[in-house]
Design a protein around this ligand. Structure first.
Ligand code: NAD
Length: 461
């Protein structure tokens, strides 16, 4: 759909820079009308959006709305209502040495931005950062993931036919296209995807000293403590783990479970899986498929049949893997090496909470962490002792559905955050201004530097 091919990305980026330099994208009115238009075209094309994602990986309409479109529409409406407020000059206090003056912060757009999206929530991960970019007054090039080709093509079609390329444009493609785009000078790069590729993006951005947000992945643990309410814990864990067939960046990757309640928890998890997906989950309309053969084969290798206690069945023909639970897993098993990103839930049993906390701390910082407990003391212990992006107590995933909370990782699970005003700030520079009147000039800062001036200077500081 794009008229731009690898050889003329500089034309695309230059046209966006020229347009940005006209200052038109800074007008609140344009930002609001653009977001209103985006909302209308998404709503008008909603059925096409459902069809494309079903073709990519059989994701149900309910889940597309619940985990992508509902959140996206909410963010667009919030930005429409708040842009004026968020863009306002913020008056701050002036310290003694700088008086008399007025001090304020002017949020300004960074300029030409690049959004590179991942395939697992294709609409949300490409278009949500775009909403923040536009709300903050930038132009934007969007590169969705080639791994979900139907949704990528549809986004290119509906965005590129409705918006001028000098303002908003979708470029389709994979590694060659991303690599070429990254040679361009952007004023902001917003990347969602794997930690390994995140390093490539960071290096490319360093060449132009472009600020970067990296929304990465990792192994997010779910702690189930001895005092957890087992039934509701199992219910919420099964939902959060197997939604989108586990292909969720913040899915509980594995569980660490107190030995005392492990058997009871496993029995409940089994009941919950049957309740949601039936005795044969292959027939479940609510179970999304694995995105492609490569990921299917990668996941099958992680299933240790000797340790499977629930599920384990799979079918390459329709890229189906049953919700699978593995027991007696250790931190040195293959399944514990990298992020699983599929419907396989390993359970590690512990008897000593300090030991298991140290195990988690000795690994890369997780994107999310979930703790199931009724104890305030133990909840606070986990929250303060382990560093992770964000998470939930007695729940999974939903922290990312609250725009009052920043969403992002820490360390190898990411840098920077977005959602709601955090997204607006992410695509803005906070310009700091000291605004001084001309009616008074104490003259202390000027030479000659006398003892008297030095005394005054010390007092003022
Ligand atoms: P990916 O890294 O393979 O691809 C993401 C994007 O990067 C795609 O648009 C792709 O074209 C591009 N890309 C891939 N290789 C590249 C290269 N060598 N140079 C330049 N660009 C390249 O990731 P994925 O498989 O699409 O997504 C899965 C990962 O993303 C998981 O680790 C998951 O946890 C993480 N993720 C994180 C979030 C978050 O919000 N933190 C959300 C979704 C997924």
């Amino acid at each position: 759909m794009s008229e731009f091919i690898i050889s003329n990305y500089d034309e695309l980026v230059n046209s966006q820079r020229d347009y940005f330099n006209t200052n038109q994208t800074k007008a609140i009115k344009l930002r609001v009308t653009t977001l209103k238009k985006l909302l209308t075209i998404l709503e008008t094309n909603e059925n096409l959006l459902y069809e494309a994602i079903y073709k990519d990986f059989k994701k149900s309409k309910f889940e597309v709305y619940e985990t992508e479109l509902g959140l996206l529409y909410g963010e667009i409406k919030l930005a429409i209502d708040e842009i004026e407020n968020w863009s306002r000059k913020q008056q701050v206090a002036t310290n003694l040495i700088n008086m008399p003056a007025s001090s304020y912060i002017l949020p300004e757009p960074l300029g030409v931005s690049l959004v590179i999206g991942a395939w697992n929530y294709p609409y949300l991960l490409s278009l949500h950062p775009m909403v923040s970019a536009i709300a903050a007054g930038n132009t934007v090039v969007i590169k969705p993931s080639e791994i979900s080709p139907f949704t990528s093509a549809l986004m290119a079609q509906i965005i590129n036919t409705n918006f001028d390329a000098k303002y908003i444009h979708v470029v389709e493609g994979g590694i060659p296209e991303s690599t070429e785009l990254l040679k361009q000078k952007f004023d902001k790069i917003f990347y969602t995807g794997s930690t390994a590729v995140g390093k490539i993006i960071y290096r490319a951005a360093a060449e132009h000293l472009t600020p970067v947000t990296l929304e990465l992945g990792g192994k997010s643990p779910g702690f189930v403590l001895a005092d957890a309410k087992i039934k509701i814990t199992a219910q919420r864990l099964v939902w959060g783990k197997f939604i989108n067939a586990g292909q969720t960046c913040v899915a509980p990757d594995y569980l660490v479970v107190d030995e005392k309640i492990k058997d009871e928890l496993i029995a409940e998890i089994k009941k919950q899986i049957i309740k949601i997906h039936g005795k044969n989950p292959e027939n479940s309309e609510a179970l999304t498929r694995i995105i492609n053969t490569h990921h299917f084969e990668r996941l099958i290798k992680l299933i240790d049949t000797k340790k499977v206690i629930i599920g384990g069945e799979h079918n390459l023909e329709n890229l189906y893997i049953a919700p699978t639970v593995m027991d007696n897993v250790t931190f040195s098993d293959l399944v514990m090496e990298d992020e699983i990103f599929g419907p396989i839930l390993p359970i590690i049993t512990y008897t000593d909470l300090d030991w298991v906390i140290n195990q988690v701390k000795s690994r890369p910082k997780p994107l999310a962490l979930y703790a199931f407990t009724e104890s305030t003391k133990l909840k606070n212990k986990i929250l303060t002792e382990i560093s992770f992006g964000g998470g939930a107590i007695n729940e999974t995933l939903v922290h990312l559905g609250n725009h009052h909370l920043p969403f992002g990782g820490v360390g190898s699970s990411g840098t920077g955050n977005y959602h709601g005003k955090f997204g607006f700030d992410n695509f803005s520079h906070q310009k700091a201004i000291h605004d001084k009147p001309t009616w008074f000039e104490p003259g202390i800062k000027y030479p000659p530097y006398t003892d008297f001036k030095f005394k005054i200077l010390k007092k003022l500081f």
